[in-house]
Design a protein around this ligand. Structure first.
Ligand SMILES: NC(=O)c1ccc[n+]([C@@H]2O[C@H](COP(=O)([O-])OP(=O)(O)OC[C@H]3O[C@@H](n4cnc5c(N)ncnc54)[C@H](OP(=O)(O)O)[C@@H]3O)[C@@H](O)[C@H]2O)c1
Length: 233
């Protein structure tokens, strides 16, 4: 498969390594100060650029009739307009806040646990996420997806960073060292606590998931998620 890499930072490089290992070809690479190869030659684009560049990169690929797998977080205010643009351009689009297969199973576990916990008002939920110091957005896109899974129950009004209101689902974001990504959901009562936690050991899981998603999306039109790729919807 011929792949375009939009964003050639830490994730772009990890994705390149996995893609080559799986027998794919990188036909286009774009970074802030790099443009190499031909975007139009790609069967699929994988965007892991910075939040401010994501929307334009996605549109440019869709204009070139190249479907896009997007892992950049922190641009979701534009999600509706991008999916509309995808339909208009008859292109393909798949966004995931986290491409790791383990995290996508963790999302399912989080939703199930949220349903079980919702009637138990003695437990207050909160989220904690820890990432490396280079990460530009907070909270992480993964934490927002986890929060949305819990908000579906109607037990909390909204998520908010470091809130002490019972009606809010509080998210605490920690930035330290080179941590690839750790997410913990806590349910705390006066007498005990339940925790579920996912800890990434490296970027390899994200990169592999993004390449698997790209293999799945190539040749398709429409808007998809990792639930479609993993067949767990
Ligand atoms: N969904 C997931 O599974 C997942 C997993 C890990 C990370 N992420 C997200 O993926 C994104 C990238 O993470 P990262 O760790 O790889 O960050 P990174 O190392 O900072 O890489 C981002 C790259 O984008 C480049 N860039 C800047 N402007 C660009 C443009 N107009 N077009 C193309 N590239 C451009 C940057 O170049 P310069 O450095 O020269 O500015 C940088 O090399 C972040 O939003 C992060 O939160 C998602």
């Amino acid at each position: 498969m011929k792949i375009a890499l939009l964003g050639y930072g830490r994730m772009g490089k990890a994705i390149e390594a996995i893609a080559l290992e799986r027998g794919h070809q990188i036909v286009y690479k774009q970074d802030f100060d790099l443009q190499e190869g031909t975007l139009q030659a790609a069967q699929v684009a994988i965007n892991f650029s910075i939040p401010d560049a994501a929307v334009q990169n996605i549109k440019t690929a869709m204009d070139a009739k190249v479907p896009v797998v997007c892992g950049t977080t922190g641009w979701l205010a534009h999600y509706e307009s991008i999916t509309a643009y995808c339909h208009k351009q008859q292109s393909g689009f798949l966004y995931a806040s986290n491409f790791s297969i383990g995290v996508n199973l963790f999302f399912k576990l989080n939703k199930a646990l949220a349903q079980w916990m919702a009637p138990h008002s003695s437990y207050q939920a909160r989220l904690e996420e820890t990432h490396h110091i280079h990460k530009l957005d907070a909270p992480s896109g993964t934490a927002i997806t986890l929060a949305e899974g819990i908000l579906e129950t109607g037990r909390y009004k909204q998520w908010a960073l470091d809130s002490d209101q019972d009606s809010d689902l509080s998210i605490h974001a920690v930035r330290t060292g080179e941590v690839p990504g750790t997410h913990t959901v806590h349910y705390t009562s006066a007498v005990d606590e339940i925790q579920i936690k996912h800890e990434a050991f490296s970027r390899t899981g994200f990169a592999l998931g993004a390449v698997v998603a790209a293999e799945w999306l190539a040749g398709k039109q429409g808007v998809y998620s990792m639930e479609d790729v993993l067949n767990v919807s």
